[in-house]
Design a protein. Structure first.
Length: 276
C-alpha cells in the first residue's frame, strides 16, 4: 500500500489509509469501487488520479437523468448505413451494414475492448435510472456486452471500475453487493492543509492555516452548498494572486464569491463570527 500512497502523492492526491486499502483490494480482487460522500470531497478526482498514477487508459461516463444504453455503449451510424445501402443499390453489390465499422462506440464499450489496462469512471450513477444501473452492473459483473445485430463483446483488459454517488437516490442492493465501498467525507483540518500545500506549494503556511480554519467553520454553517476542497485551493490561489498574505474581514468579503456560489449562502455569511 505504500506504493499506492506514494504513486497518488506524486499525482497530488493525499490518500488516507481507508482509501489505500480499498484501492489495493480493487486491484487484487478485480472488484468495482463505489465511492460516496458529499459533493466536492474528491470522489471523481480519486478515479482520475488512480488512472494517471498507474498509467491506465481513462474512460468516463457522466451520468444524468435520462441517459440511455446508446449513450453508454454505442449506437449505429444510421447515416453511414443509409449511404452504404444506397451505394449498394446503385452498384448492385450486397453490403452488410451491421458490422463493427458502422457502430459508434461510446465509453463503456470502448473501455471493454481497449487493448491496454484501463479505468472507467461511472460518475454520479445515482442520477441515472435503475434500468441503466442494472444494465451497468450486469455488464460489469458478467464482463460481457451484447449489442443487437452485432454480437457479444468480451472484456479484453484488466478494467478498473469506479462508481461515484452523491446519494440523490438509493442505489440498488445488487450494486452495493458487487462493489467495494468507500466513503469520502470532508477532510480534517490537518489533511486539508496538506492537500492545499501539495496543490499550492508557494502559499505561506500561515495563510493556508487561516483559510482552512475559516473553510472548516463555514462548512458547519446552515448553508446550501458547503465549500469543496477545490474551493479551498482556489481561495488560497486567489489570495496569492491579489497579493494578500492574510485573511481578514475585508478580504473575506471581497473574495467570498470564490467559495460560496449562491446568494443564500453569501447572506448567511453576514452573521459569520470572524475574529481575525
Amino acid at each position: 500500500m505504500d506504493r499506492i500512497r506514494e504513486s497518488l502523492r506524486r499525482e497530488g492526491y493525499i490518500a488516507d489509509d481507508n482509501i489505500l486499502v480499498v484501492i489495493f483490494l480493487a486491484f487484487n480482487l478485480k472488484k468495482p469501487i463505489l465511492v460516496e460522500g458529499p459533493p466536492g470531497t474528491g470522489k471523481t478526482e480519486l478515479a482520475k488520479k488512480v488512472a494517471s498514477a498507474f498509467n491506465l487508459d481513462f474512460f468516463r461516463i457522466q451520468c444524468y437523468e435520462g441517459i440511455t444504453f446508446e449513450q453508454i455503449v454505442g449506437e449505429w451510424n444510421y447515416q453511414k448505413q443509409l449511404l452504404t445501402l444506397e451505394k449498394a443499390r446503385i452498384t448492385g453489390v450486397d453490403e452488410d451494414v451491421f458490422k463493427e465499422e458502422f457502430f459508434i462506440k461510446r465509453p463503456l464499450l470502448s473501455a471493454f475492448i481497449n487493448d491496454r489496462p484501463s479505468l472507467i469512471l461511472i460518475d454520479e450513477i445515482d442520477k441515472a435510472d435503475e434500468e441503466v444501473e442494472s444494465f451497468l452492473l450486469q455488464a460489469l459483473g458478467e464482463k460481457q456486452i451484447t449489442v443487437n445485430d452485432l454480437g457479444t463483446f468480451e472484456l479484453e483488459n484488466d478494467l478498473m471500475v469506479f462508481l461515484t454517488s452523491n446519494s440523490q437516490r438509493n442505489l440498488l442492493d445488487e450494486t452495493r453487493d458487487r462493489c467495494l465501498y468507500l466513503y469520502i467525507d470532508y477532510p480534517s483540518p490537518e489533511k486539508e492543509m496538506e492537500i492545499v500545500k501539495t496543490q499550492v506549494p508557494s502559499a505561506p503556511s500561515k495563510l493556508i492555516e487561516e483559510v482552512v480554519k475559516v473553510i472548516q467553520e463555514i462548512r458547519r454553517l446552515d448553508i446550501m452548498k458547503k465549500p469543496s476542497i477545490r474551493a479551498t485551493v482556489d481561495w488560497v490561489k486567489t489570495l496569492i494572486t491579489l497579493g494578500r498574505d492574510r485573511l481578514d474581514r475585508k478580504t473575506l468579503e471581497d473574495t467570498i464569491g470564490v467559495v460560496l456560489k449562491n446568494q443564500h449562502d453569501k447572506e448567511r455569511m453576514k452573521s459569520f463570527d470572524f475574529r481575525r
